[in-house]
Ligand binder design. Sequence first.
Ligand code: GUN
Length: 286
Amino acid sequence: METLNGNKIAKLIKEDIKNEVIALKNAGKKTPHLAAILVGADGASMTYVNAKAKDCEEVGFDSTVLRFDASITEEELLAEVEKINQNPDIDGLIVQLPLPKHISEKKVTQTIDYHKDVDGFHPMNVGLMFKGLPAFLPATPYGIIKMFEITGIPLSGKHCVVIGRSDIVGKPMSALMLQKNCTVTVCHSRTEDIKKHTLQADIIIAAVGIPEYLKADMVKEGAIVIDVGITRVDAPENPKGYLLKGDVAYDELAPKCSYITPVPGGVGPMTRVGLLLNTLDAVKRK
Ligand code: GUN
């Protein structure tokens, strides 16, 4: 069993990005600049946006965080997105999700200039990705693919079971694994007998959002298990008041796996690197 250390792999990639930023500057190109819009004061969203700004600083990118009160109207928010679309200094824009209920995430996503859509959520990027054309890939699936590539895990011909069909992880992940010549099964909340499928899997990618959902009796010996889940679970004894739990019952599963990602320190850092790679790409494509 080998633990896939996302922190270590992300650090290697960040070193490369840092060097590429220096090379861009030496070639007279601009410094990559990521803008993030945060609406409201959700604890997890604030943590993610702050982490993204810190990542930018680490690799030499410029970053701007625009914070708005949860009472901002949809019209006002769309106008802010338009302003960034028009700003030549900003290369990438992410609008942190979820948004307050009175704002349509679909409208916001579709208003972002797809050339700056480093989250890869715009229908144009989704379409390009599904066709295997150059596109901004959603950060989590992108980071997971990078993790497979850098670790040298062969994917061609393997049976991959993706659990979850979200627009952010499950759907794009299944498309990318298909492009890597995997046979892909997508399971979700309406799937009958998920265990029947996961027991057949060489690779399982769990993106369900239910802490410790995947148990040892659901995987075959030697499987590769990627845990996308990261749920805050109340833990009054912890200084933060919560613990982060993945979708995988790590302790009971790890001995059966050939590779497994921990939570935290697995997929999370790779997601953050996926966003940095997209932002760098936004400048390189200019
Ligand atoms: N909320 C949860 N994941 C994401 C993500 O990847 N991007 C954005 N913008 N919001 C999120």
